[in-house]
Design a protein around this ligand. Structure first.
Ligand SMILES: Nc1ncnc2c1ncn2[C@@H]1O[C@H](COP(=O)(O)OP(=O)(O)O)[C@@H](O)[C@H]1O
Ligand SMILES: [Mg+2]
Length: 245
């Protein structure tokens, strides 16, 4: 099935170190348009480092990341902004500003990177909030939001500029199972309704089983698994088995 699909990202021989610590070693894989790709692996293994290469937050030491035919390392500084508009990221922390209300948080990317008028921004915000099931909370302060609400507002902010690709860094970590399911449903919904490609870092196998079209597992700097849910369930590698059970 995946062979018929268009490749949107090619990651080729990507290596990344910090000081003497080799985090990624010659990692290669493709990402297909429209898929939900889950990236799993134990804490500290390099999942966040990996996906930060997809929108130019990190630069490879070696190898390349090609998005729609272009090597991200070759992009000019100004093109990085358009890249991040297309490849948006939902950070693990949510990264909302506590000193601002919901509306101000959501307006930020549009004020910084577009010349949209105030009225259009207001309408856009209300649309995006309703997409994540949070209509009417514009005037609430970030500090008044629950964990699940914060994630949804962060998701609304990530989709403000109608991206093609959404990078989710641990979207359900720290949430209870009921709220996690709501977020998982939203990820599925966004993906199908807007024809997004979604890359989701998680160590929660419940979420993986619910949303993943495909899973890659990182271990000691390399990809030790790349396949679908039935395939990972059947994998006989001990490291994989331990992780998924
Ligand atoms: N900017 C950085 N500078 C130095 N070390 C980093 C940096 N970012 C990540 N690391 C290290 O890289 C390793 C992988 O981190 P990370 O990708 O965040 O793991 P995880 O799989 O939990 O997301 C960790 O050892 C982390 O300390
Ligand atoms: Mg991480």
């Amino acid at each position: 099935m995946k062979q018929d699909k268009k490749i949107i990202f090619t990651i080729k021989d990507l290596s990344k170190s910090f000081g003497s610590k080799d985090v990624l070693k010659d990692v290669s894989f493709d990402i297909y348009e429209g898929e939900i790709l889950c990236v799993i692996g134990r804490s500290g293994i390099g999942k966040s480092v990996l996906i930060k290469h997809l929108n130019g937050l990190l630069e490879p030491n070696k190898g390349k990341v090609i998005y729609n035919g272009k090597n991200i390392s070759d992009l000019k500084h100004s093109d990085i902004y358009s890249l991040r508009k297309k490849v948006a990221m939902l950070f693990q922390s949510g990264a909302l500003f506590d000193s601002m209300n919901v509306e101000e948080n959501l307006a930020l990317p549009l004020l910084e990177h577009t010349s949209m008028k105030k009225a259009d921004i207001t309408r856009e915000i209300s649309e995006k909030l309703s997409l994540v099931g949070m209509e009417g909370i514009e005037k609430l302060h970030t500090s008044e939001l629950s964990g699940g609400m914060k994630k949804r507002v962060a998701l609304a902010r990530a989709i403000m500029q109608s991206p093609e690709v959404l990078l989710y860094d641990e979207p359900t970590t720290g949430l209870d199972p009921v709220i996690s399911d709501i977020i998982n449903d939203l990820i599925l919904d966004m993906n199908s309704k807007y024809n997004l490609t979604s890359i989701v870092i998680t160590h929660d196998m419940r979420s993986v089983r619910k949303i993943a079209d495909r899973v890659i597992m990182l271990h000691e700097g390399r990809i030790i698994f790349d396949g679908n849910i039935p395939e990972i369930e059947a994998a006989d590698d001990l490291v994989i088995q331990q992780f998924i059970s």
